[in-house]
Design a protein around this ligand. Structure first.
Ligand code: SF4
Length: 210
């Protein structure tokens, strides 16, 4: 495990129910994302000036802040959801956080999986549940929307379905205005089902002003 790990924490939202994990959860949003989605829900995450609003925390410091809800987490089977930005660019931090909270809390990751596979492998033993936003499985649609290739996403999806049982992986497939249609959505879902995923959520993407 690396020493001196910190994560730029953008926000901490407590007492969430049924939105991003089982039981009562606290959502920890971090700075940074490798994608450039045209309708980014959180464009601040892409702007360096927003980094100034972040608090750089060690896993120990974050644990000290979050433990106030320990009883809620333990009573409901809840815990921490790491979101972003892209939570998986902070994989060493999350692995260390698991060591500190031990197995008391459920840990959920919200991720696009567009990271080197080593990042995913680092957190696999530490994370209970994954919520994966795949955008679209079609490489051309994906690149037109995010500005990046989805090669890493496909590789990481294959690793994830081998290592975790499907009930611990929720795949989100957004219908993105001006980018994918009903047929594209059906193709994405069919490919995901063929890979073995069972919890697939198709939803209309709502463009929000930032
Ligand atoms: S993955 Fe999320 S945070 Fe990153 S650019 Fe896309 S919408 Fe924004």
């Amino acid at each position: 495990m690396k020493e001196g790990i910190t994560m730029p924490v953008l926000s901490i939202n407590r007492h969430r129910m049924k939105t991003d994990g089982v039981g009562v959860t606290t959502l920890v949003a971090s700075y940074g994302c490798p994608l450039r989605c045209k309708y980014c829900i959180n464009a601040g995450i892409l702007k360096p000036e927003k980094l100034k609003l972040c608090k750089n925390m060690t896993p120990e410091e974050l644990y000290d802040v979050l433990k106030i809800d320990d009883l809620y987490f333990q009573a409901t089977g809840g815990g921490i959801t790491f979101g972003g930005g892209e939570s998986l660019i902070h994989s060493d931090f999350i692995a260390r956080f698991r060591e500190i909270c031990r197995d008391k809390w459920n840990i959920t990751l919200e991720t696009s999986l567009n990271v080197p596979k080593e990042n995913l492998l680092t957190v696999l033993p530490a994370v209970n549940d994954f919520i994966v936003d795949i955008k679209d499985m079609n490489p051309e649609i994906y690149e037109a929307y995010t500005g990046r290739s989805n090669d890493r996403v496909l590789e990481n999806l294959s690793i994830l379905i081998k290592e975790k049982s499907p009930e611990h992986i929720r795949i989100r497939v957004p219908k993105i205005p001006n980018h994918n249609g009903e047929e594209d959505l059906k193709k994405s879902v069919a490919l995901l089902e063929k890979m073995g995923f069972t919890n697939i959520q198709v939803f209309p993407y709502v463009i929000r002003e930032n």
